[in-house]
Structure formats: C-alpha cells, structure tokens
Design a protein around this ligand. Structure first.
Ligand code: 13P
Ligand code: SF4
Length: 308
C-alpha cells in the first residue's frame, strides 16, 4: 500500500515536471480519479473547463475527461495542441446521435434552433445553433427568441429544461447510461438511510428522480451548493467521482452516493501512467478539421458569450 503511494507520488511529481517543460496546462473534470484531480492545474464542470480552455496561454492543453471535452478545447483553441491521454475515453450519450441522425430529424420538424448539450461530437455541434451545458441549459433556451427548440442529445436534460421554460422543447431520445440508471426505489433507500440529508441531483437524471431532489445542479453547482448550505449531510445523484472534490472542499460535511453503481467507466480510464506517456511523446492529440471546427465554434461561442 505504502509502496503504491510512493510510486504515485513520484508519478505526480513527474507529471508536474513534464507539464512545466512542455508549457502545458492540465484540466480535469470533476469525475476524474482523485490522483488526477490532485495534480491538475484546474478542475471543474464542462462549462468551466471549456471557458478555461479558451483563455489559457499554454501551448498544450492536457485534457483529463472524455473525448467530446477535448474536442471542445480544440474547437476553441485551434492553435494549441490538445491531448487526451486515453483516446478511447468516449461518452456513450454523445455517441447516441450522429450528424446524419440530426439531419433526418431536422427534416421532420419545422425550422427551429438546435440547442446541443456539450456532451456531443464536433460533427453534431457543427450542425447546431447553440450549445449548452447542465449549468446553463434553461438560460440558453430562454435566450432564444423563438417559440420552439430542438434539444439534443439528452432527453432528461431536455425534459428538465422544458419544465422551466414557456417554449416547446422537442428532444432526441439520448441519455447518459450512468445517470439514467438511478431509479426512485434505490434513491428512496438512500433517503431512508440518511433522513437528514439533502438530495442534490444532476439534470441528466430521470424526471422522477429530479422530482425527489432538493436541488438540481451541475457538478460544480453541487460543490458550491454544499459549501454554502448550513446543512451537514448530502445524498449525491451524479457520478461518484464528484465525492472526492465534495469531501475535499467541505471537510466537516457528509456525502453519500445516491447509488454506488453510478460509475462512468470512461471517466475512470485515465491513469497517471497514461498522462506521463501522453506528455512525453505528445500522444493522444485531438484535432477538429476546420470544416467542422468553424461551424461548431459558432455554436460553442454563442453559449460562452451568453453565460459570462
Ligand atoms: P457537468 O460537469 O457539466 O455537470 O457534466 C456532467 C457530465 O456528465 C459530463 O460528462
Ligand atoms: Fe457521458 Fe454520462 Fe460518462 Fe458524463 S457520466 S461522460 S454523460 S456517459
């Protein structure tokens, strides 16, 4: 055990040294393993990370997250090298709609804006009007001066938004397999075990789960909410990786997963060894072709401009 810790400490030092030598910045999503969050320059939710990726002066962005996040960084920073140390870390929800699927869907509907969750491929973003994240979906939809929108790919985020806007929201039947898995019976057990706890849910959860929530928040929204609340215990309805930054930022409080099964295997693929290899050999570059990047950038930029 102690030997493993010593190896990991050495690896962390090596990552920091390589980042400096390469003039690289390391960004990590709130679901990444603790040792990766500990060594990263910045941790955050999808919106924060895309904003930070756009502002950095570093020559290399090392992204610890999943493929669509690295693509978004590349869309915003075409002159930088964007590295994703595990190119096989994808997002099943993002892969539930292709550009062709979207083209077909648009033919079935009257003309309307397409609001696309950042958890989507660059090809799909390129056909979209504007992007959104879990932190700003309602604000983005309300900002559009139209009576109807199409939201893709997450049906749960779309239904959550539909309940908070006067606009008609059409949606695609995509979902996150990890959040969609949480059922009311399992959540009720957690609530029975921790009757004093507040329940924080991510909008990727099913509507019947959101109805049982005390607060519906993005991952960083949960960190802020738990920090500011005068309550001591929280049940957390999102991927279990968030428990690490929650416990770190609120040491005196208690956090319980709504379900131990909410583990995203793609968010757990990356290791310090992968990161070292990627930085040493500049392996795992993610680059979006200009034909796709320019229209995708428009959709991402509209979102960022609206959410400052
Ligand atoms: P946020 O960090 O934007 O809340 O997103 C959650 C998520 O599932 C990312 O894959
Ligand atoms: Fe995709 Fe869900 Fe994993 Fe997030 S938690 S990366 S939405 S599969």
């Amino acid at each position: 055990m102690r030997k493993d810790k010593l190896i990991m400490d050495e690896q962390k030092k090596k990552v920091r040294r390589l980042l400096k030598e390469r003039n690289a910045i390391m960004l990590a999503h709130n679901y990444q393993p603790p040792e990766i969050q500990e060594v990263a320059d910045l941790c955050g939710d999808s919106l924060e990370l895309s904003r930070k990726a756009a502002k950095t002066d570093a020559e290399i962005i090392l992204f610890c997250g999943v493929h669509f996040m690295a693509e978004t960084a590349s869309i915003l920073s075409p002159d930088k090298t964007v590295l994703l140390p595990r190119l096989d870390a994808g997002c099943p929800m993002a892969d539930m709609i292709t550009a062709k699927d979207l083209e077909h869907k648009l033919k079935e509907l009257p003309p309307m804006p397409v609001v696309t969750y950042v958890n989507s491929t660059a090809d799909v973003k390129a056909l979209s009007t504007i992007c959104c994240t879990s932190a700003n979906a309602v604000q983005i939809v309300n900002s559009l001066d139209v009576p109807e929108v199409l939201m893709i790919p997450d049906r749960n985020l779309a239904r959550y938004t539909a309940a908070r806007t006067k606009k008609k929201v059409h949606y695609w039947n995509g979902y996150c397999p990890i959040h969609d898995r949480l059922k009311p019976e399992e959540l009720q057990k957690a609530k029975n075990n921790h009757p004093d706890a507040l329940f924080m849910a991510h909008p990727e959860c099913r509507p019947e789960i959101l109805e049982m929530a005390d607060a519906i928040l993005s991952t960083s929204g949960m960190l802020k909410f738990a920090g500011e609340s005068d309550r001591r215990s929280f049940i957390v309805g999102t991927e279990v990786g968030i428990l690490y930054p929650l416990k770190k930022s609120c040491p005196g409080k208690n956090f319980f997963p709504a379900s131990e099964t909410m583990v995203c295997p793609n968010m757990k693929k990356m290791t310090l060894t992968d990161i070292i290899r990627s930085l040493e050999h500049l392996e795992g570059e993610v680059k979006v072709d200009e034909k796709i990047r320019l229209p995708a950038l428009e959709a991402v930029r509209r979102m960022i401009e609206l959410s400052v």
